[in-house]
Each structure stands twice: as structure tokens, then as C-alpha cells.
Design a protein around this ligand. Sequence first.
Ligand SMILES: Cc1cc2nc3c(=O)[nH]c(=O)nc-3n(C[C@H](O)[C@H](O)[C@H](O)COP(=O)(O)OP(=O)(O)OC[C@H]3O[C@@H](n4cnc5c(N)ncnc54)[C@H](O)[C@@H]3O)c2cc1C
Length: 328
Amino acid sequence: MKPFAYVNPTNEKEAVASLSPDFEKALPIGGGQDLLARMKDYVTQPDRVVNVKNALEATVTSMNGGLRIGAAMKMVDLAEHAQVARMYPAIAAAAIEVGTPQIRNQATVGGNLNQRPRCWYFRNEEFVCFKKGGNTCFSPQGENQFHAILGGGPSFIVHPSSLAVPFVAYGATFRLAGPNGERIVPAAEYFTLPTLENVRRENVLAPNELLTHVMLPAPGNVKSGHYEVRYKASHDWPIAFATVLLAMNGTTVQSARVVMGAVAPTPWRSQPAEQALAGKTITEQTAAAAADAALRDARPLSQNAYKIQVAKTAVKRAILRAAGIGTV
Ligand SMILES: Cc1cc2nc3c(=O)[nH]c(=O)nc-3n(C[C@H](O)[C@H](O)[C@H](O)COP(=O)(O)OP(=O)(O)OC[C@H]3O[C@@H](n4cnc5c(N)ncnc54)[C@H](O)[C@@H]3O)c2cc1C
């Protein structure tokens, strides 16, 4: 590992001042579950690491009928938070599935949302891909079983954060703090699709900004379902997953929110699926039709066409869970 300086600020202002406007020169560290692994693998080599756990809030507070979550909150505390589980069940469901108990004991909300892609080319120092300043993505011609089937190119990573998906579904906003003060960004606009200009980044956070809080609006009267499909029932990232919110008028869907994870470089909201659900009663058939609509525009790579069916299953089962149908 390259030698680095370690800074331990005790408040947000000091933490921001310890960062750098230069990309990856100084990096915040939460639980270190992602950053330390990248540093040990020489994928990321900051000169300075800034501990944010003593500088940012780690609590949940009520705000305008919703909740405000501090970015330093540990995943285990989020997963076990009774108010979060009651008001936003899909967030608790996503949090409890992340990694292992050990990982959830260390990892923070801010770190989870800002973790870097799991693409094996990105994680291998030998491959200088777009994300490391190179001029290619190796996955289209290479091993791409777990890569994007929607929204991919020029990089085909999938976004690795499980929390990002329900946060987008519930309409969360993120508070960012930088040298010029704070800004509030909707979660749906925080995560960015790759373009040649921004291909090294997965979000709009500037190198000298911190994500300090997640703000969740009042949940309203919605039913929610969250469903993840994994290769094995142990610690691993999902192959595809979905969060579904349903606002009901009796037995009819008034409006729906369908967001998928692990299928695209960002959490992927599907308006075709939402439109397919509006005005319908939820049955196996209407859920399957919405799942088909969600994947209508999928463009698989050479080895990941199977993910289309996996993602359809995740969407369908999340819809059925939200509607309280069946045993899935
Ligand atoms: C076996 C295994 C299985 C896993 N399965 C899953 C899974 O299913 N779903 C999932 O979501 N994750 C999964 N993970 C990843 C793990 O959850 C993340 O690595 C962890 O949540 C990152 O949190 P952290 O606080 O440790 O982040 P850190 O490693 O401290 O930081 C991660 C990144 O975020 C930046 N960062 C940290 N805090 C902030 C902040 N406040 N503002 C701005 N940037 C910040 C850091 O600079 C760094 O680049 C898995 C990991 C392993 C090892």
C-alpha cells in the first residue's frame, strides 16, 4: 500500500477542509470496507485519508414528517432502526442484505452510497480502463456476466450500492457539504450515467465535497416491496434487484415507483413499468407485464443476457411483495 497521511477531524468543516479539489488526492473514509481494499490493491492511491466517522452525524432524526440520516451511521444501525423499518421498509430490507454482519458493523451509509464499482477490470491494477484514466472499457470484449444491461457505455459497470435503489425510490435527497457551503441534490440526480467527460465518476460529488445526510420525505400511504436475486444465499452483491412502491386506491394502483439495481451504472428507474402498473389491480399477470416493460430496452452484452430474466423476476416479485400477494 502506498504511504498516506491520516486525518481525524472532529467536525464537518474541518473534514471538508482536509479534502482536496484534485480527484482522489484526499479521500474520506467511513468504515473503510471499500476504500482500504482498493488502496491495498493499488487501484486507488490517495495521499491523504480523512476519517469522517468523528466529523459527521451517525443518527436518525425526524424532519418534516420524514427522516434525516447521518452519513456516518453504520449499516447495522440503519438495518435495525425501528423507525426506518416502519416508515421505509424497503430501506431496512436493503440494508440487512448488505455483505455480512462484520461488514455491516463497519460500513457507513455515506460509504455505501459512494463505494466504487465492483467490476473486476476496475479492481485489477493491471487493467487501465476508462475508470482509471485509460481509454477503453474491457468488459464488452471480455468477461461481462455481471455488467450492465441498461444504460451502459462507454463504461458498463453496474452501480454497487444496495441502499441507492430504495433511496431513489423513496425520493430521498442528499446533503453535500463543500468549501462553498452546502447543496441538496435529489438521489435520482446524484448518480450519473457514464459519458466520455465524466467516465471516472459515478456521481456528481466534487472531490472536495462530502455527503453528510440523506433526507427522506414523508413516506405517504405507500406499500413497498424489495427483492434481491443472488447467486448464493450468502455474502455477495445481488445479480439484480428491485424496489417497488405502490400508492393504492382500494385495490387499484394509483401510481407506482419501480427502481432496479445491479442492471445499470446508476439505480435504474423504469417509467414503462410504472405506467404498466397504473390503474391496474396487482395480479401475477399484471406484475409480469410490468416486469417485461421494465426490461424492454435492455441491451445485454455477450455473456449477460441471462440477467434480463433475473431482473424481470426481481421486479415481478418486488411488485407482488408490495401488494402482499403470494409467499415470495
Ligand atoms: C463480500 C462483500 C459483500 C458485499 N455486498 C454488498 C451488497 O450486497 N450491497 C452493497 O451495497 N454493498 C455490498 N458490499 C460493499 C460494502 O457494503 C461497502 O464496501 C460498504 O458499504 C462501504 O461503506 P464504508 O463506510 O466501509 O465505505 P468506505 O470504504 O469508507 O468508503 C467507500 C467510498 O466512499 C467514499 N466515502 C466514504 N464516506 C463518504 C462520505 N460521507 N461522503 C463522500 N464520500 C464518502 C470513500 O472515499 C470511498 O471512496 C459488500 C462488500 C463485501 C466485501
